[in-house]
Design a protein around this ligand. Sequence first.
Ligand SMILES: [Zn+2]
Length: 315
Amino acid sequence: MIHGVLDESLGSFWVPSWQRTSTAQLEATITVLKKYYRFVSMDEVADLLAGKSVTKCPVMALTFDDGYRNVLTDASPALEAENVPAIVYLISVSLDIKKLMWIDRMDYVLQQTNALSVDILLKNRSVTIRLAEWESFVQDFRDFRIEVKCMYEDDLQMNQTLEAEIGRLESLAMASLTSASVEDRVSALLSSADLEGLGSKILFGSHTVSHVRLDHIGPERLEWELAESKKKIEGHTGKNCQHFCFPNGDFNRESVDALLKQGYRTAVTTLEGCNKIGDAELLALRRVPIPYSTQNYEIVHAIAVNLFRSAKVEV
Ligand SMILES: [Zn+2]
């Protein structure tokens, strides 16, 4: 499981407080894991787990969440050099219009604000984020992201509030990542024009239309998020979109049933661990986060620890 990737040697327009995977980390992880695993596509993962094909050695699939454009600029040269397939889970609204993750917009604008702290208004109370020092800012912004997700039961309402608060901060700071004129490798998401550039070994899956948590929306919206994103991705790639990634890792029985009904073959969670052939819930698969290291023994250790978690996910 990988999100954004940044080649640190290239520098960037700004530094996000939420650490991205470096290209060096990605390369080191692939090199080490190639000794123990065969890298396969999610199509092959689906076939193997469903018992439609067999393998002599354990397999690994690389998954990129959120569809950051830096998968194209900062990760795909390494993937091509190593000849490994991967899947990118797209937030389909960003294929047609420039849309950024709220986390990135807020991260950026907070860093542009000339104040010692800011208060963010949520529901009926405000949350303070300290800005004077980097460490306290990173910690407060991380806590804020957790808190905001706990506070709202309805993601559409949460997104509306965040949109308004980010807009207010952008006016105060007179800076906005959305309107920045530079091509930002940190936050830009893949557009439909970018998809072809990723080559034939990259599959595209759905990460919903608008990155909402599936257990925090109503049944009609759930159906729409799954169907509309699938249709949009299939329209742009000309291929079946059969794989899904749960935003924030949130899933429940209803969302798994809805995925099955819409014709998805696999769905990945953020539950850590590996998936056993013949004993895995294909629509709630475990994953292993990419280790934050370029040291061989640390990478092997982080992956090995995850192998102990292999019980089938019950939904
Ligand atoms: Zn996501």
